[in-house]
Design a protein around this ligand. Structure first.
Ligand SMILES: C[S@@+](CC[C@H](N)C(=O)[O-])C[C@H]1O[C@@H](n2cnc3c(N)ncnc32)[C@H](O)[C@@H]1O
Length: 263
């Protein structure tokens, strides 16, 4: 708790525009490296929440609640939400840890953090004083070892360029015995579920996103799920980087998955 409060004061929110966010975007260039992904998430930020609600029919709110619950966060804890985007999981964590707790929301997209910060200040979100937004890289977390009582990550692991490194960093900043809860699309091993997932992306997600001028961006989703790891592979990777336990839960008929690993 003490470490967390000290850290909070030394890492005050910096919403400075990173030079890479001003680069011109080449719309049809394949997403390959971290800066391409950063540009993508900056660009989709203004409509990201609306699309999440539309495309999941609001279900993402339930999945995020489950992820926060699996993290084991409790009142007074100091917790971290990595790849926080516009802040959904951080807001849920804020309620869990209460006024004596502290939430750090970290993302490398300045635009996403700007929206998270403005949502925090909105009158409809009256009680989120305990959240601090940090512009940073999931692969090089700006926190000392053993800082957090719980960590969440929603739809981030599939998007980082090095999953092993991201898990190593999560383990490093987690306290002994604490848990990380990682929600994402499930790379299913069941052909019918994979077919449904692919059909939904091609026939619902991409057409809806194209209404917002973002069809190319959302085509990336299908590829990123195919290149992601299965639940079993994620469990093994977590154990390889030193977590003591690791369990992957399938959600919504296997369309989504949540990895829970304890340090
Ligand atoms: C699909 S969004 C998820 C946002 C939010 N967690 C949610 O569930 O709504 C993925 C987020 O990961 C962030 N991200 C991807 N790679 C990152 C990295 N290496 N470091 C920090 N943030 C990263 C993106 O900027 C983006 O905001």
């Amino acid at each position: 708790m003490f470490i967390c409060m000290g850290m909070a004061s030394s890492l005050q929110l910096q919403l400075r525009l990173h030079p890479s966010t001003t680069r011109p975007f080449l719309r049809h260039r394949p997403i390959q490296c971290a800066s391409d992904r950063q540009t993508l998430f900056n660009r989709i930020a203004p409509v990201y929440d609306t699309l999440n609600d539309l495309l999941s029919l609001g279900q993402h709110r339930i999945w995020k609640r489950m992820a926060v619950s699996w993290s084991g966060a409790k009142p007074g804890d100091c917790v971290l939400d990595i790849c926080c985007g516009s802040g959904d999981l951080a807001f849920l964590l804020s309620h869990k840890v209460g006024s004596l707790g502290k939430v750090m929301g970290l993302d490398f997209s300045w635009e996403q953090l700007r929206i998270a910060s403005s949502r925090q200040r909105s009158p409809s979100n009256p009680c989120y004083d305990n959240i601090e937004w940090v512009e940073g890289d999931a692969l090089n977390l700006p926190f000392p070892d053993g800082s957090f009582d719980a960590i969440t990550m929603g739809y981030g692991l599939r998007n980082v360029v090095d999953k092993r490194r991201a898990l190593e960093e999560m383990r490093r900043v987690l306290k002994e015995g604490s848990k990380v809860s990682i929600l994402d699309f499930n790379k299913t091993t069941q052909p019918p579920t994979a077919a449904i997932q692919e059909w939904m992306i091609n026939n619902i997600v991409v057409p809806v996103a194209s209404g917002y001028g973002l069809s190319e961006d959302y085509k990336y989703l299908s590829k990123s799920i195919k290149e992601f790891s299965t639940g079993k592979e994620l469990e093994e990777l977590a154990l390889e980087v030193g977590f003591s336990t690791s369990t992957h839960y399938e959600i919504s008929g296997g369309l989504m998955g949540n990895l829970v690993a304890s340090r």
